[in-house]
Write a protein that binds this ligand. Structure first.
Ligand code: ZN
Length: 251
């Protein structure tokens, strides 16, 4: 089965629509979303309306989603993130607020595991180091593990069966063959598809991924979108200027 994998949309509808259109064109049959659908950007309702319409989807909440519905404190958000959360609370339609309330920040399915940050701390921890990957492996019931939160396309896996070394790196647009155990199932591997609506790896194109569960492959795809249109909406909404500027730089 072919899955479209995406994360950290952050109310950027222009980026989301080019990503979903592209993935639909590839014949995607299921969807995996690693959270942070809203926050930062100017189109929370259009974003959630489109995501809620996806068939066969596995979706989790991120820290910004949970802040918007008041489930986590705003204290540790920076001033820009906090301003966008407060703005989103006022704008969000009731059906979309209820949808966010139905989500959890971690989801175990028989075919894969989702966590916004990490399995041990799905709301706060950024999966960025080999040590964190190693510590989280025992907490994952089904591989692959898909994460978001860092806004960077990343892969973590062991380089050998003895699990002595971890391969941790940025993902370029090429097909990755996922590791297998001797019995044929997938070995531990964590995959971050990068961010749709606010990439932070100095590449301003929207980022997403394709997971082929039959072939055991994952590929990151980068797609340009209309950044000036989103910047115009951010300014028109009165959201912080910094949130418009950073989109152009991919950071
Ligand atoms: Zn995010």
């Amino acid at each position: 089965m072919i899955y479209g994998v995406f994360s950290d949309v952050h109310s950027n509808y222009e980026a989301l629509s080019v990503v979903l259109d592209h993935l639909e064109g590839l014949g995607v049959e299921g969807w995996i979303c690693c959270g942070d659908l809203v926050g930062y950007g100017p189109d929370p309702d259009a974003t959630l309306d489109r995501v809620r319409a996806l068939k066969n989807s596995s979706i989790i909440a991120g820290n910004h989603d949970l802040a918007v519905i008041g489930r986590i404190e705003l204290d540790w958000f920076n001033q820009y993130a906090r301003a966008a959360v407060m703005w989103t609370r006022v704008k969000l339609s009731e059906p979309n607020r209820l949808f966010l309330e139905s989500l959890t920040a971690r989801l175990d399915t028989p075919h894969f595991t989702l966590a916004h940050g990490t399995p041990r701390n799905p709301v706060e921890e950024y999966l960025l180091s080999p040590l964190q990957f190693r510590d989280n492996v025992p907490l994952v019931p089904h591989w692959p593990l898909f994460v978001g939160h860092s806004h960077m396309p990343l892969l973590f896996r062991f380089t050998d069966e003895g699990a002595a070394n971890v391969d941790a790196r940025f993902l370029e647009n090429r097909e990755e063959q996922l590791p297998r155990v001797s019995g044929g199932g997938l070995a531990p591997v964590a995959l971050n598809p990068g961010s749709v609506g606010q990439p932070r790896d100095h590449d301003n194109r929207a980022s997403c991924g394709v997971y082929d569960s039959d072939k055991g492959t994952f590929r990151v795809i980068r797609i340009p979108y209309d950044i000036p249109a989103v910047q115009g909406k951010i300014r028109a909404a009165g959201l912080p200027e910094y949130l418009a500027l950073r989109l152009a730089y991919g950071q």
